[in-house]
Design a protein around this ligand. Structure first.
Ligand SMILES: [Zn+2]
Length: 402
């Protein structure tokens, strides 16, 4: 532990740690003076960072290169061993991401590719596995050559050992959306099992909204709260419920699927085959509002993006839509009286407007005591909260094997 001039314990910044790691990765063992030269960091910063990494066992001091010349040559520092890594694969409706993290949860490499989750031609597990291999190769020296565990995040209700649940309903949705019968093959099994076989390491899969919920509860805006509802407003609407730090999935993985809560009797038809679901009403509200999204796809993400870029027409539509969301969340508050509700994945400016509108709706539906005792907050981790949720599961997997 290094103490600053004031005697207080000072931790090195993440930036300094990264700079020291990448200099050692690129050049091999270096003296402290060489590290100062290579990183451009201050002498005291290098000393503090190196000492912390030595204390953590990530670095070790090694024999000086030469004994020639005058005086004792400076000690060199190098990696004690390769930094161990884990992998996260995130599938949305339109994109696939491969993220590499250290065992401490630091993101060290990432690759993305456009991907249609309903495509029957390509399989997100094999494409994702290739993408993850590339991301690991990007790291170079100093890191383990292989991940020690993998997490897979995906849209749709998930149950371990089964995979996506509600396959027959899904089959009808796929037929409606892409005009063909039949699910992509990967949806018929548990992706965790496939990944375990492909990589030969522990693997886990989970619904994307549930992962965002775990991420926000363990590392973000829901930290310290015991009953947390995290509402995902990226690429559709969904929610995850975390009680005393543990995910509540429900009997068939359907807990938190608020997109299909009915908000309007005889409302617009929904892809699930019923009418007036929140998802259908949100899409239709944005679509039919005057002068806004006539030429654009009716996706919630697009509405939020337009609102974030200052499209005031869309913002008004958005707030109308949010009132429907408020009804659903308000009723949930009556049932659960959660400590905190976190809205994950929203831009700050839009998020502030959405929260103001939601707070009124919740109090109107659930009453003042419930409204006042439930904290409403924007997610702290942005759209990548799912990555940190995946890390929570991976950390658990590795701990259970240790
Ligand atoms: Zn529905």
């Amino acid at each position: 532990m290094v103490r600053g001039d004031t005697g207080a314990v000072v931790s090195p910044s993440a930036k300094a740690v990264r700079a020291v790691r990448s200099a050692l990765t690129a050049h091999g063992p270096l003296s402290r003076a060489e590290l100062i030269e290579r990183t451009g960091l201050a002498r005291s910063t290098v000393a503090r960072t190196v000492q912390t990494l030595l204390d953590h066992g990530e670095l070790r001091e090694t024999e000086p290169r030469s004994t020639a010349g005058r005086g004792r040559p400076p000690a060199l520092v190098t990696f004690a061993g390769d930094v161990e890594i884990v992998g996260f694969l995130g599938l949305s409706h339109s994109e696939l991401r491969a993220v590499v993290l250290t065992h401490e949860g630091e993101v060290v490499a990432e690759r993305r590719t456009p991907f249609d989750s309903l495509s029957r031609e390509s399989d997100p597990i094999s494409v994702g596995a290739g993408l993850l291999d590339e991301a690991v190769a990007d790291l170079g020296g100093g890191y383990a050559a292989e991940v020690s565990a993998i997490a897979f995040g995906m849209p749709g209700a998930y149950v371990p050992g089964i995979g996506l649940t509600g396959a027959s309903e899904l089959e009808e949705q796929v037929a409606t959306i892409v005009g063909t019968g039949g699910l992509p093959d990967w949806m018929r099994g548990d992706p965790a099992v496939t990944l375990r076989e492909r990589f030969g390491v522990p693997a886990v899969a989970e619904n994307d909204a549930n992962l965002m919920a775990l991420g926000e509860v363990h590392f973000g805006a829901g930290a310290g709260a015991s009953g947390v509802l995290v509402v995902k407003l990226v690429d559709g609407v969904g929610a995850g419920l975390v009680i005393n730090g543990r995910l509540f999935r429900g009997a068939a993985g359907m807990a938190g699927e608020i997109a299909h809560v009915s908000v309007a009797e005889d409302g617009p038809p929904c892809l699930c085959g019923r009418r007036g679901c929140l998802a259908a009403v949100l899409a239709t509200t944005a679509l039919t509002a005057p002068g806004t999204l006539r030429d654009a796809p009716a996706r919630l993400g697009d509405v939020f993006a337009r609102a974030a870029f200052g499209d005031s027409n869309v913002l008004a539509d958005l707030l109308t839509s949010v009132r429907y969301l408020g009804r659903v969340i308000g009723d949930l508050c009556v049932w659960l009286n959660p400590d905190a509700i976190v809205l994950a994945g929203l831009d700050e400016v839009v998020g502030a407007r959405v929260i103001a509108s939601l707070a009124g709706e919740i109090e109107a539906r659930a009453g003042r005591l419930v409204g006042e005792s439930t904290t409403l907050a924007l997610g702290a981790l942005g759209p990548d909260a799912d990555v940190m949720g995946g890390f929570v599961l991976l950390r658990g997997l590795l701990a259970s094997r240790a």
